[in-house]
Design a protein around this ligand. Structure first.
Ligand code: GTR
Length: 360
């Protein structure tokens, strides 16, 4: 049944190298195919990353107690280049009882701690630290390219990174900072995000191999979901490139109405994260995010995990049903009841699975 669904979509073959041969080893994947696919995605969809700037980092709020269980610091990243500068505020909350803990970087819609999408206390109770930032403090979610975007970008050409790339850049700077903290287990730093920020989380994990895991909740179109063969009611390129052109590089806009003929598809993005852990989530009523196509993207990316002798997605031979949790492999997929939201149910599923995988 799944085979039939995949045939219908006629996806570009992940493992077919530019010389016409099929990737047969990790070495070939890492040296030839992976850089080739990454180049296509960045050139045609997300845009190129930006020149590195070393931010000045200062602690604003030092070691405040958080519910008796954790320590909360407010940390500011000051980016300066030429006559431009911008400071981004972040929140680092580390559990008290652990000397070396895993940490989840979270780019949120709001700066609140905790927030309706970010249940900090529950995450701490599961043994993880949280390092969060608000997307609007990095750059406004519109075409103005202000704040950090104005520091990173002087002029936008067809391949200049869009806002998803700006947000992902900040996540990678937060990752740099965590390398300096002795309380953090550097081998267990992950990133999570919802919707447009789930797309961002996938992009950051694809670009930065220090991310051991990623949770992309309801990331949908131009995130985890395949563009080919959208299901009824799902978001298409004709929607996203018109409403949110500034999330991407300008090149992506030329593919409006071309969902089925793209020279790539979103399983490339997931595959770039192999052999690390990627959990993709959907909500039944969120047809806009195209749950079948999110699931099929996980299926299609999985052969790359197989190259590493890992499982990829472990799934039954059918499309997902509400309540499904396929969380046994390094690629996970779940479909919960309800609407577009980053709920405690989503967090619970991902945290339980990752704890088992990483022995937390
Ligand atoms: C929608 C957009 C989706 C998704 C969502 C969100 O309007 O079309 O791709 O990213 O916003 O971020 O909440």
């Amino acid at each position: 049944m799944i085979e039939k669904e995949l045939l219908k979509r006629n996806l570009p073959n992940l493992l077919l190298m530019p010389n016409g041969k099929r990737v047969s080893s990790v070495k070939e994947w890492e040296s030839v195919q992976k850089p080739y696919l990454k180049e296509i995605l960045l050139r045609e969809e997300y845009g190129k990353t930006f020149a590195p700037i070393e931010p000045k980092i200062t602690s604003k709020l030092n070691a405040v107690d958080f519910s008796g269980k954790a320590v909360w610091e407010e940390i500011e990243f000051l980016f300066e280049l030429g006559n431009k500068s911008h400071a981004v505020k972040t929140n680092l909350i580390l559990p008290k009882q652990k000397s070396c803990c895993p940490v989840i970087i979270y780019i949120n819609f709001r700066p609140d701690i905790p927030d309706r999408y970010l249940p900090v206390e529950e995450i701490i109770d599961n043994g993880f630290g949280v390092f969060s930032v608000c997307r609007g403090d990095i750059a406004s979610d519109n075409a103005s390219f202000d704040k950090l975007a104005s520091v990173l970008i002087s002029e936008r050409d067809d391949e200049t990174g869009g806002l998803l790339m700006v947000w992902a850049y900040m996540a990678m700077k937060m990752m740099d900072y965590l390398q300096l903290r002795s309380e953090v287990d550097k081998s267990k730093i992950g990133i999570a995000g919802h919707s447009r920020l789930g797309k961002t989380a996938l992009l950051a994990a694809a670009l930065d191999e220090r991310f051991a895991f990623v949770f992309a909740n309801d990331s949908g179109c131009s995130g985890a979901a395949l563009s080919r063969g959208h299901c009824l009611g799902a978001e298409k390129l004709e929607h996203i490139t018109v409403t949110f052109p500034f999330w991407f590089c300008k090149n992506y806009l030329k593919y409006i109405y071309c969902d089925d003929e793209l020279p790539f598809d979103q399983h490339y993005l997931l595959a770039l994260i192999a052999p690390r852990i990627v959990y993709v989530g959907g909500a039944l009523e969120d047809t806009w995010a195209d749950n079948d196509n999110q699931f099929l993207s996980c299926v299609s990316a999985s052969p790359v995990w197989k190259l590493y002798n890992k499982d990829g997605l472990v799934y039954p031979n059918r499309l997902p049903l509400v309540g499904d949790e396929f969380m046994d492999g390094e690629v996970g997929f779940y479909l919960r009841a309800g609407t577009h939201y980053h709920s405690r149910t989503d967090w619970g599923i991902c945290l339980n699975a990752i704890k088992k995988k990483l022995n937390v």
